[in-house]
Design a protein around this ligand. Structure first.
Ligand SMILES: [Zn+2]
Ligand SMILES: [Zn+2]
Length: 223
C-alpha cells in the first residue's frame, strides 16, 4: 500500500524535472549502425516514428521490434548491474570505492582507515536513481504521455545528451493530428516494450518502496 501513497506525490513532478538525471536509451540501427538517443513519440533528427515503428533517419531502415526490445533489455541489465556494483562516493574528498567503512557511511579517506576526511559516503547509484531510471524508460514507451506532449524533451536547453549542432537544428514540432495517429498506430507495439521494462520495475519498485521508501526517501528530505 506504500506505492499508492508514493505515486501521487511523485507524479506531480513533471517528467523533465523528475528524469533530469536519467540516462537516455540509445538505440543502434542494425542496418547502418547509427547510434542515437530515443525519447519516445516526439520529433527527432535521428529517428522518425512511423505507423510500423521506429525508423532510422540515417538510412531509412525501420528497426525490427525484436531488435528494439533486445537493446532495451540489454540497457536495463547494464543499469541494474551498475546499481548492484554498489560504488560509494564521498562528496567531500571525491574518493570512489566499493569498500564499506566499518564506521558506516563515514568516508574511509585516502588512507582507507576512516581518518583524514569528515565526508559522508553515498551510493553513486541510489535506489531512487535506479527506480527513476526504470520509470523514465517506461515513460519513453508511454503513448498517452506522448499524446499530451508530456515526455521528457529530447532537445532541451541544457540537455547534455544533445550536441551543440542539434540544439541549433531542432526538428519541427509534430501536429496534434499526426501525433494522435502515431500514438494509436504504435500503441500495442509500445505496450510490448513497456512490458520489458515492467519485468524489472516490479522488483525494483518493491525494493524501493519497502526499504528506500521508508528510509532513503525520508532522509532525502531531511538534507
Ligand atoms: Zn540506419
Ligand atoms: Zn572523503
Amino acid at each position: 500500500q506504500n506505492s499508492t501513497t508514493l505515486q501521487p506525490l511523485e507524479s506531480t513532478i513533471p517528467d523533465s524535472d523528475r528524469f533530469r538525471d536519467s540516462k537516455p536509451l540509445k538505440l543502434t540501427c542494425p542496418s547502418c549502425q547509427h547510434f542515437f538517443p530515443f525519447g519516445g513519440i516526439q520529433s527527432s533528427n535521428n529517428y522518425q516514428i512511423t505507423h510500423s515503428g521506429i525508423r532510422c533517419l540515417s538510412c531509412q531502415f525501420v528497426l525490427p521490434p525484436l531488435s528494439v526490445s533486445a537493446q532495451l533489455e540489454s540497457f536495463l541489465r547494464t543499469q541494474i548491474s551498475q546499481y548492484y556494483a554498489g560504488w560509494l562516493h564521498c562528496d567531500d574528498c571525491g574518493i570512489t570505492t566499493r569498500q564499506v567503512s566499518v564506521y558506516g557511511r563515514r568516508c574511509i579517506g585516502i588512507s582507507g582507515k576512516a581518518y583524514g576526511c569528515k565526508g559522508i559516503m553515498r551510493y553513486l547509484y541510489s535506489d531512487k536513481a535506479l527506480y527513476n531510471q526504470l520509470l523514465y524508460l517506461q515513460s519513453c514507451f508511454d503513448v498517452d504521455k506522448a499524446k499530451k506532449r508530456a515526455l521528457k524533451p529530447l532537445y532541451e536547453e541544457f540537455s547534455g545528451d544533445v550536441s551543440a549542432d542539434d540544439k541549433e537544428n531542432k526538428p519541427s514540432v509534430m501536429s496534434q493530428g499526426e501525433l494522435d495517429a502515431l500514438v494509436e498506430q504504435n500503441r500495442s507495439l509500445f505496450e510490448v516494450y513497456q512490458g520489458v521494462v515492467d519485468n524489472y520495475l516490479e522488483d525494483c519498485g518493491r525494493r524501493y518502496v519497502d526499504m528506500g521508501g521508508i528510509f532513503g526517501f525520508m532522509s532525502a528530505f531531511e538534507k
